[in-house]
Design a protein around this ligand. Structure first.
Ligand code: C2G
Length: 720
């Protein structure tokens, strides 16, 4: 007889299985003593080949498949039907075991002849390679002792009811005929565990036995069961009611367990109400019936607004529950008793602006969230102004307008009432980043996304792990990008990447080159450079180094507010380079740290607030960057580029992943220390020569569409 059967239901997301299976192999169990039973309803995904691969690596795995969607409960029951182990362990296909988990669970079970042994659960968005329990927020751990509050069994369950990371004696399941409810898609664990615990005589907790519960960061293509539930709230609540009904049979004599199930129901109802789900009469009536049986101690657990919503439903006043849910939602969105301004602007929009006719000749331009007059929208605008004059009404979203702006556009603030107004009335919208979440596009509007760089760092759906602030990034991006009619690409490489990474059709992509790079090909660029140098008060005789690094996904204060680590010793650079050079320091637009560089006046120029980085390219003799897309644009000038990548190993593999091999495909050296950087600057002519061939290849691959006429091509495509 085998010691253990690991039952792994598989539904979608084949690549998750690698972490799952590899983590089982890493337990170093004796293959003859355990089995892995993988079961599922997704035969088309290449699962059979994957199973074979792991069989060859020594995993005692077999696969049972069927062809219609059945759900997790069904899969686990089928697994139980064939499992041969003395113990069973349910593992989801997207989760993975931490090292040593199974041996620890087994050891504890053997030593104590335990019916059940539980371990901790670590919810995480990260794959196995990036995950580390060191530094993990301990509040997020689903502790085994929190799930099963008291191992002496007087007080079982205080929190999450889940079968995960639980080693269970198989005989106990068989003897008591315990199965999962296979009619529900969601919450199938609850009655199973509750019934199980009617028979449990000894339950233990194993120290250091952890399971990483992977939260899926791409609910668009690979939703987890819980994520599909959030899109199907009626089904979710109905399943919960079915499960509730069934569970009550097992918990009738256990007031604490009964309360726990009622609290779960109340929590779900409340959360969904506040999220905007409108409870229907039918569902409300079902909830009402169930909630009637709940004891007062359940309701008392909740503070006032929450309690009111639940009480409204319990008493059949579901309209009031919906109304209160809406009010709480508005309030929750942002600070202040009256919610945030944008909520009210949206209301005004709905009541008034949406009823006004669309203006066919109005165009809204926006660059980097209203941070300035710059990037491709600026160059498209200037081209249109020259070509069409007043035929169109131009509206610019700029928070702090300067007098650099040409013509006389209407200037409005980002997210102000006028932004909402013009967004509703204008036919054309030209943005270089994503539009705000409240933007509502009508069928007769045209949205041009210029985007803001040829990608080196992996984008959206090409990113495996998402380290940025909002873990819902992929889903939100997907929603936003559905509204784009056209996307600009600067080269065939970007065209290919954008299609895949943004998940958009190829015919939406206009490969016209970057309008922002037209400047780099203009005939009077030297005259212009002279003027810019003068404006910045840079001495004619000094050469210019532009240092323009990007942001770090994992170093932030909050959304759009990233930290800056000045990874150079300015004093040293001053000593070594100031005779010949000045240094322009340009932080990324997402960086919120303000730097005081007054100590280095005359050598370091803080150009972080300078509106248009393209103008800075014009005056620079050398560009130093790290992983920013600035070098793709700068290469149009064919001037030297250095890559100062002090955190290369971390950035390359963990934070993002790259599209290019930086060791071989980029037009300059990778410099990992400050000394290397200084040496490279001092020997810049040798470096230029050394990189001539790679630079030329790079130019042909990424810059050959740009020729100074990108704006013209794009405007033609958009306006004919
Ligand atoms: N930028 C800048 N100054 C910097 C860094 C960037 O002005 N120090 C501007 C450049 O126009 C650059 C753009 O912001 O092309 C995008 O910056 P990246 O550093 O490449 O980073 P990100 O905003 O993440 O965009 O496909 C491109 C990617 O989306 C990268």
């Amino acid at each position: 007889m085998k010691t253990l059967s690991i039952i792994v239901p598989f539904s979608n997301g084949l690549f998750y299985l690698d972490d799952c299976f590899e983590s089982i192999l890493a337990q170093n169990l004796i293959p003859e003593e355990y089995e892995v039973i993988c079961l599922g309803d997704a035969p088309g995904e290449g699962i059979v080949a994957k199973i074979e691969k792991y069989e060859q690596q020594g995993l005692p795995v077999r696969y049972i498949q069927w062809f219609d969607k059945k759900g997790t409960g069904y899969a686990r029951n089928r697994g139980l039907g064939v499992a041969e182990g003395r113990y069973v362990y349910f593992l989801d296909c997207d989760d993975y075991l931490l090292d040593g988990t199974i041996p620890r669970l087994l050891e504890c079970a053997n030593d104590n002849d335990a019916d059940i042994v539980c371990g901790d659960i670590f919810p995480t968005y990260f794959k196995r390679e990036s995950f580390d329990t060191k530094g993990y927020d301990s509040n997020k751990i689903i502790r085994s002792d929190k799930r099963v509050a008291n191992v002496e069994l007087s007080n079982i369950f205080s929190g999450e009811v889940t079968v995960l990371n639980m080693l269970i004696k198989h005989d106990m399941i068989k003897d008591n005929d315990i199965l999962f409810n296979d009619e529900v898609l969601y919450y199938t664990d609850i009655p199973f565990v509750m019934k199980l615990f009617l028979s449990v005589k000894s339950c233990y907790l194993a120290k250091g036995a952890g399971l990483a519960k992977r939260l899926r960061n791409d609910p668009v293509h690979y939703p987890s069961v819980n994520q599909t539930a959030l899109k199907n709230v009626e089904r979710m609540i109905n399943d919960l009611l079915v499960v509730h009904n069934e569970t009550m049979q097992y918990v009738n004599n256990h007031p604490k367990r009964r309360n726990l199930v009622n609290i779960m129901l109340c929590d779900v109802i409340y959360e969904q109400c506040v999220k905007g789900w409108h409870i229907s009469h039918g569902t409300s009536a079902k909830c009402q019936k169930v909630l009637k049986t709940a004891s007062d101690s359940v309701f008392k657990k909740y503070a006032l607004p929450k309690r009111m919503i639940i009480k409204f439903i319990a008493s059949g006043h579901y309209h009031f529950a919906n109304m209160l849910g809406t009010l709480l939602r508005i309030r929750k969105k942002k600070s202040g008793m009256f919610g945030n301004k944008i909520q009210w602007y949206r209301l005004i929009d709905k009541l008034i602006f949406r009823h006004l006719p669309r203006k066919k000749n109005w165009i809204v331009f926006e660059s980097f969230f209203g941070r300035g007059y710059s990037d491709s929208p600026k160059y498209l605008y200037e081209y249109m102004l020259k070509k069409f004059g007043n035929k169109y009404k131009y509206i610019w979203v700029i928070n702090k307008p300067k007098d650099s702006i040409k013509g006389k556009p209407v200037v409005i603030a980002y997210q102000g009432l006028r932004h909402v107004y013009y967004s509703t009335r204008a036919k054309y919208h030209i943005y270089n980043v994503r539009q705000p979440g409240w933007f509502k596009k009508e069928d007769d509007m045209v949205f041009l996304e210029t985007w803001h760089g040829t990608p080196l760092k992996k984008l959206v759906f090409d990113m495996e792990d998402v380290h940025v602030v909002t873990q819902a990034y992929k889903e939100v991006f997907y929603k936003d990008s559905r509204l784009w009619d056209y996307v600009i690409s600067a080269n065939s490489f970007s065209t290919e990447v954008f299609q895949r990474a943004f998940d958009i059709d190829g015919d939406k992509i206009i490969e016209c080159g970057y309008p922002r790079n037209d400047l780099l090909y203009s005939e009077d660029k030297d005259v212009l450079a002279g003027r810019i140098k003068k404006k910045l008060d840079i001495h004619e005789g000094k050469k210019v180094i532009l240092y323009a690094p990007t942001w770090r996904d994992n170093a932030f204060y909050g959304p759009g507010k990233y930290k800056f680590n000045l990874a150079v010793d300015l004093k040293r650079l001053y000593t070594e380079l100031s005779d010949e050079y000045v240094l322009l320091l340009r932080t990324h637009y997402q960086i919120s740290d303000k730097l005081d560089l007054s100590e280095y006046d005359g050598f370091v120029y803080n150009v972080s607030d300078y509106e248009d980085v393209s103008e800075l390219y014009l005056i620079s003799d050398i560009c130093v960057t790290d992983y920013s897309s600035v070098f793709f644009d700068y290469a149009n000038l064919r001037r030297p580029i250095l890559f100062y990548v002090y955190d290369y190993d971390l950035y390359k593999d963990e934070l993002r992943g790259m599209y290019l091999d930086m060791e071989t495909e980029i037009p300059g050296p990778l410099l990992k220390s400050e000394q290397e950087l200084i040496d490279a600057i001092k020997n810049i002519d040798d470096i230029s020569e050394e990189y001539t061939e790679i630079y030329n290849e790079f130019y042909d691959r990424f810059c050959s569409v740009d020729d100074g006429n990108a704006s013209e091509r794009m405007v033609k495509a958009l306006f004919g």
